[in-house]
Design a protein around this ligand. Structure first.
Ligand code: NAP
Length: 521
């Protein structure tokens, strides 16, 4: 009897299609059991992309922003009715606790709902004016008006394994609202949740045919299927980002690309803090949260912590003591605070990265000291949180260069603010840095110093301790992305996110014609 799990169907060209060949097996990272198979073998990608471009794109562009916002709101309702199933899939396929699954599942649904509300306010129009008409010469009869129209292509999303829900919806919401059809390729390891969410929305019939497609399994041929007016939004490693950027579609056909890659995010405790201060406590609790949420598999997680030199030992001790109390293991056990990494391959990658970092740092708290709860260390991809430290941060390279995508961070002392800022900049561009300080003037100055190297500067002071959104929590009204090493991409940030899916054109015409154009908005 063949007990191999059945393949998850792909949705392409308006129909469910099973890929050929054995594909790849998805496993429970804690129990090691087989869950499903994925395969994109034999799919006619050219047909699927053309169907999305032509049928999906045409249907979406025929609607106004308000109508498309209503589609997002309908999708939110569909997803909410299936939340329980999503939590089960996340636990099984990603090894996450219920709290961590919520970050991905409810975070994704929330972001979709946010864009449904924002889009409604854009009204019953099909394009946007960008600025006001500008005279082209002395005579006012001939002017230039910039317009923003949805691109006539598809949006291909190539996503990372750590956010199978949020990673889909944070990109799909602005794309669909803009009138651009979506084809999502989830990371293979955790593809099930993305596939199931797409299936629920498709089966509910709330979107026009071709508006949303999903391809699970190998990425072979996806980039080759792109055409000049398509866009690609990639989240993942710097190595794969390089492959995407070098592809002919990008280099020769000007396919617009957005890259979210890896990032050595930092946290800075203000120079005047002491070990009894509120900001010290806030730093410790935020760091422990950041290291343990989703077992540190968050692109925004704090990887480097900078504290005044006099507080290095106190910080090491306090953070280490808190980490020691973190229970690690099977997320189905309610006493477990930190679940698993997504696969044994990720466990190997984390161990390899840790070994490298350890050659230039001391171990302040060892993740290996955590006994696993309800999980077999020979099978489960679980690992305890490790705090490393180096007393000479200016003399070492690795903590500023190696991103270990797990519950690992490095503590570093600084002698002067100038040194701390220089060390933060050695991350070569990050998604987010957080400041722990109760002086608004310091926060304002430091934020401006760090702004050009970061997508976000997140300042935590005692007055906002209960209301701040969290260092690593990406909210749709705020920009997500970062310069340099972080990929140079920009996502979210409210309606700014729609820019990526629109083309800007200057219409140069008579004032009368431009008035006519303006009146149709
Ligand atoms: P990855 O190996 O680069 O994979 C990312 C995606 O690219 C997957 O869907 C993968 O498919 C696909 N892919 C692999 N090779 C490809 C190719 N030649 N052409 C097209 N697509 C290809 O990254 P990962 O290991 O899944 O993700 C972890 C990394 O993502 C970390 O470095 C983390 O920092 C980064 N990340 C960044 C953000 C952010 O917002 N900045 C968010 C999350 C994660 P398969 O899975 O089928 O190989």
């Amino acid at each position: 009897m063949n007990t191999s799990p059945s393949p998850l169907p792909n949705y392409l060209a308006g129909r469910w299609q099973t890929g050929s060949g054995p594909g790849t097996l998805l496993r429970d990272p804690v129990l090691g059991t087989e869950l499903a198979r994925v395969s994109s073998g034999g799919l006619d990608l050219a047909e699927g992309f053309a169907f999305a471009r032509e049928q999906g794109g045409r249907a979406l562009r025929a609607m106004s922003y308000r109508e498309r916002a209503a589609l997002l709101a309908a999708a939110v309702k569909v997803l909410q009715t299936h939340r329980d199933a999503y939590y089960e899939i996340a636990t099984a396929n990603s090894g996450t606790t219920a709290k961590d699954s919520a970050v991905d599942i409810d975070g994704g649904i929330f972001t979709l709902g946010y864009y449904a509300k924002q889009g409604k306010a854009l009204g019953d129009v099909r394009f946007m004016l960008d600025g006001r008409p500008a005279r082209m010469g002395k005579d006012p009869s001939f002017q230039s008006q910039h317009v923003m129209v949805p691109t006539h292509g598809v949006a291909l999303f190539i996503n990372a394994f750590n956010f199978p829900s949020w990673g889909l919806w944070e990109k799909a919401a602005p794309a669909l609202l803009s009138g651009v059809p979506v084809i999502v390729k989830p990371a293979t390891a955790t593809a099930w949740l993305t596939q199931r969410m797409v299936q629920d929305v498709i089966d509910a019939g709330v979107l026009p045919a071709g508006a949303l497609s999903v391809v699970c399994g190998s990425s072979n041929g996806l980039m080759d299927a792109l055409q000049p007016f398509d866009v690609v939004s990639f989240t993942g490693s710097a190595e794969t980002a390089h492959v995407i950027r070098s592809h002919r579609a990008v280099t020769s056909e000007s396919v617009r690309v957005n890259i979210e890659a890896d990032s050595l995010n930092s946290a800075l405790l203000a120079p005047d803090a002491d070990a009894d201060s509120e900001v010290f406590k806030l730093l410790v609790s935020e760091l422990v949260r950041e290291m343990t949420v989703k077992a540190g598999q968050k692109c925004t997680a704090i990887r480097r912590i900078f504290v005044p030199a006099a507080l290095y030992d106190a910080a090491a001790q306090t953070i280490g003591a808190k980490l020691a109390g973190v229970t690690v293991g099977n997320p189905r056990n309610t006493s477990v605070r930190m679940g698993s990494l997504v696969s044994r391959e990720q466990l190997d990658a984390v161990q390899a990265g840790l070994a490298q970092l350890r050659t230039q740092s001391e171990v302040l708290h060892d993740g290996a000291s955590h006994a696993l709860v309800d999980a077999d260390p020979a099978i489960a991809a679980c690992v305890g949180p490790t705090l490393l430290g180096t007393r000479q941060p200016s003399d070492v390279q690795m903590p500023h260069e190696i991103e270990v995508f797990g519950p690992v961070a490095t503590l570093m002392p600084y002698a002067s603010l100038d040194e701390a800022l220089k060390l933060i900049r050695r991350g070569q561009g990050s998604l987010v840095t957080s400041l722990y300080c109760d002086d608004p003037a310091f926060i304002a100055d430091a934020a401006l110093e760090l702004a050009s190297m970061h997508g976000r500067v997140h300042a935590i002071s005692p007055d906002v301790a209960a209301t701040q959104s969290g260092h690593g929590n990406v909210m749709p009204m705020s920009l997500h992305g970062g310069p340099g090493r972080a990929g140079g991409g920009e996502e979210l940030g409210g309606l700014r996110a729609l820019n990526f899916y629109h083309r800007r054109c200057a219409v140069q015409a008579s004032t009368a014609a431009l008035q006519r154009l303006g009146a149709s908005v």
